[in-house]
Design a binder for this molecule. Sequence first.
Ligand code: 2BA
Length: 109
Amino acid sequence: MKLVVAMVQDKDAARLLEALVKQGWRATKLASTGGFLREGNTTLLVGVESEDVEKVLETVRSSCRSRRQLVTPVVGPGSPGETCVHFPVEVLVGGATVFVLDVERFERV
Ligand code: 2BA
């Protein structure tokens, strides 16, 4: 058995969850925050048999889109008397960041 951990954008989370549940997979949705943008995103935990991992990943690929986002870097104060201007930079936020982990033991009590 494997645990698929997928970090996705909030905008794609409902569509992905609906697609997973429709195909009969069980999933848990966690509210999470990206370390770089410090914005909300969604982490989904999906426990599946090893042979179903590729099908789950295919569902993730078809439900999530990458998007460009402007972000103003957060940096500390400049030296005294210095004027510091922070320009927004564009980052490409991926459709999903996915980890597939081995499950040592699974029980439903
Ligand atoms: P964030 O950490 O908020 O990152 C959002 C996007 O900002 C990233 O998109 C990437 O395009 C950019 N970014 C992140 N760190 C950067 C850096 N040090 N320098 C320049 N640009 C940077 P994604 O790579 O698609 O990641 C989307 C979200 O997935 C991340 O949100 C984070 O919550 C999660 N994530 C990505 N890689 C991860 C990892 N190795 N471990 C844990 N979580 C990860």
